[in-house]
Structure formats: structure tokens, C-alpha cells
Design a protein around this ligand. Sequence first.
Ligand SMILES: [Zn+2]
Length: 195
Amino acid sequence: MDEPRTLTVDGVALTLVVERKRVKNLNARLRGSTISLSVPYHATRSEIDAAIPDLARTLLRRARARQINGEEDALALARRVAARFPQPPEVHGVAFVTTQRSQWGSYSPSSRTIRLNAVLRPMPRWVLEAVVAHELAHAFHLDHSEAFRTLLQRVCPGTDRADAFLAGVSWLAGNWERLHPVERALLHRSGEEPD
Ligand SMILES: [Zn+2]
């Protein structure tokens, strides 16, 4: 067994234990914050090193998605929002996913499932409600036409405010590294706005 190593993925510190075994491919398992990697005898160190970041990220995000999907209240929230529609769409499940980068959410009318970007999970409820309302409204209008906007305003009057909130989140995420530490510190305000 090689010396355990530490690595940081998505800002999370992990311990990596590499073990050579009679396996065909790399196999990885995440337990707590330890990744156990079984590698074939013929694999070179550089092959292993090249594979590790993606492997670790996949495992970590999958584990994170499982954690946040353990809660039932997102489904209750989604059903509450659905009930506001003139013809309420059915919602059978809500899943927070860590594989969507460019989308806040989606709704599949065939599986009646809502997928939400995991980034939304800790955000205020009214923001989640607005994203759910937006995605459910697409079950009736595929585009962002006038009819879509009218329906959305009707079931979720706070939709413009939520859009602005999310635009601010995206802006900050994209510019965080460019901010001077003093400016970052200015953003940590106590007395957050209530939900
Ligand atoms: Zn849309």
C-alpha cells in the first residue's frame, strides 16, 4: 500500500489510500472523508494521478447528492407550489443533483420528477419555490413567452425577485476570486434577512 495522501476536491479535504490489487480497472470508494482506491498492478503512478481528481470529484458529489436528497421537505414544497397551478402538475419526486452546472432545475412531465441544482439547497425557501414554479410552468409552455410569464406571475408573484437573487448569486460565484479580501469580508453581514 502506498502512503496515504491528502487532496482537496471542491474545497473538501480528503485522504487518499491507494492499494494495488488484482483488478482490471481503477476502483474507488468513498467512506467518510477517505477515498480507497484499488489499482491494477500494471498502472503507472502518472496514470493513477491523472485519474484521481475526476474520480474523487464524482464520488464526493454523488455522496453529497445522497445526503441532501435524504430530506422530504423539498417534495412537500414542490407539491405546495404545484397546487397553485390552475391545472396542478403531478410531482412524484424531487432530487437535488450535483451534475447540473448551467441550469437551476428541470421538470420531467413523463417521470413527474423535479431535478434541482444542489446549490439551491441552502437558499431561502422563496427562491426554491420560484425555481420549482418556473420549471413546472414549462410543463404548459416550453418557451419563455408572454403566456409563460403570465402563468408564472400568477402562481409565483415573487418570481422577479427570485430571478434577481439568483443572478446575484451567479455574479458573486463568478467574481469571488477577483474580490479583494477586504471586500469579501464586507459581504459577511450579520442579521441576515429572514426567510
Ligand atoms: Zn425556463
